[in-house]
Design a protein around this ligand. Structure first.
Ligand code: S6P
Ligand code: ZN
Length: 186
């Protein structure tokens, strides 16, 4: 008998991914060398502190043209010398590849830096939708008091390139201010 209706191998509960193929990547303080402006504070920080985790579902091999990957990033609330916890930030290895992000829980900012041109910042909140164009580096920042959960969908052949933007910077840093997040242009 042909089984016409099958149960999908992954479930998106609204907050997280569940299912055997889901992979989880943990990024700790020790993995974020050169990310925060206060490198002295970074050296003195707890290297095992978890800043964010990324759950991803990659149903095809990395590099498959036409394939799509799906992920949820969970960024803890906190700061290092006043600078909010954030992702490393990257541009795609195939730089013309775009991506979608959407806010699920918490409050944050998405910093976007085109290869040529000035950076801009978008507010991330439950229900916010963000189109990340190609040739644009992207970084998430948790500016809230609770965890920030953000969904993502990107091409399986996009890849990740971290080195250049780490060297050049996003041109924008976000700190804890007395009246909320303070954006500093560099
Ligand atoms: C992948 C997508 C996200 C990030 C994740 C962690 O293209 O943009 O899944 O990988 O938010 O950020 P990062 O900069 O450490 O890879
Ligand atoms: Zn990306």
């Amino acid at each position: 008998m042909i089984q016409a209706i099958i149960k999908p191998e992954v479930e998106f509960t609204g907050k997280e991914l569940r299912g055997a193929p889901v992979q989880t990547l943990v990024r700790k303080m020790k993995n974020l060398e050169g990310v925060f402006v206060d490198q002295n504070a970074w050296k003195l920080s707890n290297p095992e502190q978890v800043l964010y985790t990324v759950e991803s579902y990659c149903p095809v091999a990395g590099g498959t043209e036409g394939g799509l990957f799906f992920g949820i990033t969970h960024i803890n609330s906190g700061d290092l010398s006043g600078e909010f916890f954030m992702t490393k930030g990257h541009i795609h290895e195939k730089p013309n590849r775009g991506e979608y992000y959407w806010g699920i829980r918490g409050d944050g900012l998405l910093v976007l830096k085109p290869m040529e041109g000035d950076p801009w910042v978008e507010k991330v909140f439950p229900g916010s939708l963000h189109y990340i164009p190609g040739y644009t580096a992207h970084r998430l920042i948790n500016t809230g008091k609770e965890i920030l959960d953000v969904g993502a969908c990107w091409p399986a052949d996009a890849g990740h390139e971290y080195g250049q933007i780490l060297k050049d910077g996003f041109g924008i840093r976000v700190f804890q201010g007395s009246e909320g997040p303070r954006v500093r242009f560099e």
